[in-house]
Design a protein around this ligand. Structure first.
Ligand code: ME8
Length: 656
């Protein structure tokens, strides 16, 4: 059977290309860049690189937020003038990003003269419209958040985010009539379901708008804070830092007339962390509406990295330095880990051992191994070259079909702002090729003249699929994928999207000797500990519970419970009760797990579900099928109901 490439090339080229403007928050320069800042900027970089790959015209903006009280306080602590202080830390951010392979188009600073002029122009416009007024005000101000807090927001008198008491201020200030926009904003949020992603953040904003929206204080008297942009209509005041900072997204493009503004503004997407949802989801659209600018197209909100289970903070000493992590893991592997392990929108735990486990599972054992062994076997058996493709069978056709569909699926995930899903899918595709190689056992054909054509077909197919994976991973790991292209004998330039498809690899291409792209890493003993100092105290067992068979905590800990993703499922032949599922636990291969659920579920009903799996159960054979674990069901007098894991949790994640 010969394969008709025309069938496959290229259903995914039907998408119209687009214009894509994306921003990160501009970071405060009161402290050094950490892994949270790096995550947002890397996600934005990866989304931009993917869009470029899909043919879009992209523009990527990042920068620094340099005014406000906390900057002045930090500069004073360092014993330098604010300008010298912000120059230094802004440079640190700007210079760090290329080390993390971040390729922004523009880096804006709120101390740039063009930005200051834009802020003043917009303030004057809103003032002239009669939407800014002066009043005596008293309130509680959190310097960490750089905003006034409502009493209701406090926890034990403290700011919930910074755990410090806010300062009390009583002073004259200018206010923007934000309350006038409450009904409009609520309606926009209700009408436009996809405006804020993920949807739960939209719900949070809608909930917030159920209480009356207050007017926004947009000034600080110079007598208290002189470091800021002068209000154009009253030189005794500077602009409130958030009103100044948010406008960077438009000032960077040269609002109101800049060519870039006209081209990119209608396509603006903001990536932010959930900590600044309110300023971006409430203040910002109201400001835009008042200034007469179209509101942003989408606000994309991610969760937070917590470190070893705790919020990152200087006092806990658990702030992760991106450059130190890059030195340990390698830049591209760090980028991969950050994107793969954070379900977009959710919080995620950061530990070095999680990063190394992911590296070993996905990159060393799965993708790296595929590349190494397919290149080595081809070199050894086909004079150092890509072998010719002989007759293809069903296995090859299935694999090619799942790759063609897989490329499309990845594109859909990226367009839906779910990079973790795209990477999970890529890892699954890679494991499918490894499984294909294991099933076909090409090594058993080596040296047999009658098996040579088949051997060539298997190795060509493996290399061809590896090439597709290289194309898909390029936006995430640009340097490593450049090396991978060299090792496949390809040109070093990235593979164009329309060529990320089966059958493009050219037989006879010379394959250089491979060097492992992702050598396996060891988890150091220091990283293996979780928190060991929380030893429980023993308590008296109640008399009526004395005879009970208790499970010691240590015994419970021996059980490896994990989230799995059922990739496929089928009935076990000659059995009415058994189903056999292929379960993805992010190990670089699929597990085969047999469950007695055939009377309650069809294979189709179980396919694609996220489940809980006992992962260290001793493998057994049931009706001739190997079972390497157990999928958990509730058992109500013999009626089985699947226990599902939330959609947003990645396969392989531990359940405690
Ligand atoms: O808020 N996990 O600046 P900022 C993930 N200047 N991301 C994190 C994170 C974590 N633990 N910690 C921080 C400001 N981030 C303002 C923004 S925009 C007009 C003004 C990321 O330096 C995340 O993107 O405090 C978060 O929203 C941002 O850094 C806050 O950076």
């Amino acid at each position: 059977m010969f394969f008709d490439f025309a069938e496959i090339i290229h259903s995914y080229s039907t998408r119209m290309t687009d214009t894509f403007y994306i921003t990160t928050p501009i970071y405060y320069v009161n402290s050094h860049p950490h892994i949270g800042h790096a995550y947002t900027t890397i996600v934005t970089d990866v989304l931009t690189r993917f869009r470029k790959l899909f043919g879009d015209d992209t523009y990527f903006l990042t920068g620094t937020d340099e005014h406000g009280q906390k900057i002045v306080e930090s500069a004073a602590k360092a014993g330098v003038e604010p300008q010298a202080f912000v120059d230094e830390i802004s440079r640190e951010f700007r210079e760090m990003w290329p080390h993390l392979h971040i390729d922004f188009d523009q880096f804006i600073r709120t101390t740039d003269p063009e930005h200051k002029a834009c802020v003043q122009q917009i303030l004057q416009k809103i003032y002239d419209q009669g939407e800014i007024y002066l009043k005596e005000y008293e309130g509680l101000y959190c310097v960490g958040c750089e905003r006034f807090l409502d009493e209701a927001e406090l926890e034990d008198g403290n700011c919930p985010d910074h755990q410090t008491p806010p300062e009390f201020y009583q002073e004259q200030n200018y206010f923007f009539k934000m309350s006038a926009y409450q009904d409009w904003l609520l309606e926009e949020l209700k009408q436009n379901e996809s405006w804020i992603y993920p949807g739960r953040y939209r719900n949070e904003l809608i909930q917030f708008l159920k209480a009356p929206l207050q007017d926004l204080c947009i000034s600080r008297p110079k007598s208290r804070l002189a470091w800021g942009i002068d209000l154009p209509f009253d030189k005794n005041f500077v602009t409130y830092v958030w009103f100044d900072a948010l406008l960077n997204y438009a000032s960077a493009l040269g609002w109101p007339e800049g060519e870039k503004y006209t081209k990119y503004w209608p396509h603006v997407h903001h990536t932010i962390g959930k900590d600044i949802l309110k300023t971006h989801g409430i203040y910002w659209p109201c400001m835009l509406k008042a200034a007469g600018l179209p509101v942003f197209k989408k606000l994309v909100v991610h969760g937070h990295w917590v470190v070893g289970g705790s919020k990152m903070s200087k006092s806990l000493g658990n702030v992760v330095d991106p450059l130190a992590m890059k030195d340990q893991l390698g830049v591209d592997a760090l980028r991969y880990f950050l994107l793969r392990d954070m379900s977009f929108g959710e919080d995620s735990n950061f530990t070095e051992d999680l990063a190394i486990t992911r590296y070993n599972g996905d990159l060393a054992n799965n993708f790296g191994n595929l590349l190494n062994r397919s290149i080595s076997m081809s070199r050894n058996n086909f004079e150092g070259c890509v072998p010719p493709l002989g007759e293809v069978g069903e296995l090859e056709i299935d694999l090619r079909n799942s790759f063609s569909k897989g490329v499309e699926t990845c594109q859909e995930y990226i367009l839906a702002f779910q990079p973790h899903r795209a990477l999970e899918h890529i890892a699954w595709l890679s494991s499918q090729v490894n499984k294909y190689i294991d099933n076909c056992k090409p090594w058993s054909l080596a040296g047999q003249p009658e098996g040579r054509e088949r051997l060539g077909t298997i190795l060509y197919t493996a290399l061809d699929m590896a090439r597709i994976l290289v194309g898909l991973l390029d936006p995430v790991m640009p340097e490593k994928m450049c090396e991978a292209r060299k090792s496949l004998g390809l040109v070093t330039e990235a593979i164009p999207f329309e060529k990320i498809t089966p059958g493009v690899l050219v037989a006879g291409t010379e394959l250089p000797e491979p060097t492992p792209l992702f050598p396996k890493m060891k988890i150091s003993a220091k990283n293996e500990s979780v928190v060991k100092d929380q030893l429980p105290e023993k308590i008296e067992i109640k008399p009526e519970e004395k005879g009970k068979e208790w499970l010691a905590f240590d015994d419970f800990q021996k059980m490896e419970l994990k989230v799995g993703h059922i990739r496929s499922c089928r009935k076990v032949e000659k059995s009415n009760k058994l189903l056999c599922s292929e379960v993805d636990l992010a190990e670089g291969r699929m597990r085969s797990i047999v469950s007695g659920a055939a009377e309650f579920y069809t294979p189709e009903e179980l396919t694609d579900r996220r489940v809980l799996v006992v992962a260290n159960l001793k493998p057994v054979k049931l009706m001739g099928e190997v079972s390497e674990g157990m999928i958990l069901f509730s058992d109500d007098n013999g009626k089985l109901v699947l226990i599902e894991a939330p959609e947003d949790v990645n396969p392989g994640v531990t359940v405690r």
